[in-house]
Design a protein around this ligand. Structure first.
Ligand SMILES: C[S@@+](CC[C@H](N)C(=O)[O-])C[C@H]1O[C@@H](n2cnc3c(N)ncnc32)[C@H](O)[C@@H]1O
Length: 370
């Protein structure tokens, strides 16, 4: 395997020019070279999405995944320290990892970002089948997420789009001109902070009088509730049911807060990623460890908006850059192995650019340095 020696073809001015022109950058180089340059420039990225060799003591066809543990930890530490400096203040780092080095990766990242900026350890179901040769079949990996500043990040991160199932819960049972709505409970726990004015009798349209059950209170005072009834924001079913609050789709954010369980069915598996890549490059020896596009896409959608920059120094088959292109994000990517770069990283990104952008030449999208 032939790795690139430091090319020194990148410098602060060049990276600043590339970014100011809104272009992406692909380098056949050591990640360190890109990181040191970005750090010393005015360029900052919104997200670093890293998929390093996991140190599984294996020699893959396309890269070596075997390092002395101390060296692996030192390299991760060095890269992530630089990456922290390359992030925008509301930026985040996402690290794919498995159990081989997960514990050490957590310690390294806690040290660099501070425990308080740990966001989540996402569990990705990388396989939906069982390996019966093992004692316990491992079917998951992790993505560790750290923010440069957790509070800032929470303000800018995106929710996941609502599922069809969730949107289907919004209906317009009474032809309200404000459109589809779903209903929510009008009572809440009667804990501290509830006012006397939240405990009262309410007459339903049917004439039946109701009160919140023991231990609960109305969410609103009688005066406020009457205003809401007059504005047709309270639903009584046929007229004799406990009232419920109408929540209009146009007035709420129906997005889903991401959670830490990412199933193979939702975001693809290691197998589905390999099959996809094999179909793209049927004549090549398969790249052994690609990530599924759906998995990478979900991470990028949560952490960035259109035109934000995503950094990936372990390019491999080019999944991050290809997905970022399709999502209208910009990216900075390195891959150090020359053969991987020529066979996978570059052609995969060219295919993604061509499909995302029919009218522009590739040089309008990204700069290549080798
Ligand atoms: C696990 S693979 C990445 C796979 C990629 N996420 C994908 O979906 O195809 C890791 C890649 O990082 C490359 N690599 C490892 N260390 C590197 C470094 N210091 N600089 C640049 N590339 C590196 C390896 O050659 C390998 O191709």
């Amino acid at each position: 395997m032939k790795s690139r020696a430091a090319s020194s073809q990148i410098n602060n001015k060049l990276i600043e020019d590339i970014v100011s022109e809104g272009k992406s950058l692909l380098m056949n180089a050591e990640g360190l070279e890109l990181l040191s340059t970005v750090k010393d420039s005015s360029v900052r990225v919104k997200m670093a999405l890293l998929d390093p060799p996991y140190n599984r003591r294996t020699k893959f066809h396309h890269y070596d995944d075997s390092m002395c543990r101390d060296k692996w930890v030192d390299a991760l530490d060095h890269h992530c320290r630089l990456i922290r400096d390359c992030l925008t203040e509301d930026g985040s780092l996402w690290l794919h990892i498995d159990d081989a080095e997960m514990i050490r990766a957590r310690i390294v990242l806690d040290r660099i970002f501070g425990e308080k900026n740990f966001i989540a350890s996402i569990v990705w179901q990388k396989s939906v089948s069982r390996d019966n040769r093992t004692s316990i079949s491992t079917t998951h990996e992790y993505i560790l997420v750290y923010a440069k500043d957790k509070n800032l990040w929470k303000k800018t991160r995106n929710k996941l789009p609502p599922t069809d199932d969730q949107l289907g819960r919004y209906k317009n049972k009474d032809n309200d001109p404000r459109g589809p709505w779903t209903s929510g409970d009008l009572t809440a726990k009667a804990g501290p902070g509830r006012r006397e004015a939240q405990f009262y009798d309410l007459e339903l349209p049917s004439g039946r009088v109701v009160r919140p059950s023991v231990g609960t209170a109305w969410r609103f005072t009688k005066e406020r509730l009457e205003e809401m009834i007059a504005d047709n924001r309270i639903y009584f079913g046929g007229g004799n049911s406990m009232p419920r609050l109408k929540r209009f789709l146009t007035e709420v954010d129906p997005g889903l807060v991401p959670n830490t369980w990412w199933s193979g069915e939702e975001v693809g598996t290691a197998d589905s990623a390999k099959k996809y890549l094999k179909a793209l490059f049927p004549n090549l020896t398969p790249f052994e460890t690609p990530k599924p596009e759906e998995l990478v896409s979900r991470a990028i959608k949560i952490a960035t908006k259109e035109n934000d920059y995503v950094l990936d120094i372990y390019g491999g088959s080019g999944t991050t850059a290809a997905v970022a292109t399709k999502l209208n994000r910009k990216w900075l990517t390195t891959e150090r192995e020359e053969r991987t770069f020529n066979e996978f990283t570059l052609p995969r990104i060219e295919i993604a650019c061509a499909s995302a952008n029919h009218n522009q030449s590739l040089s309008n999208n990204f700069v290549i340095i080798r």
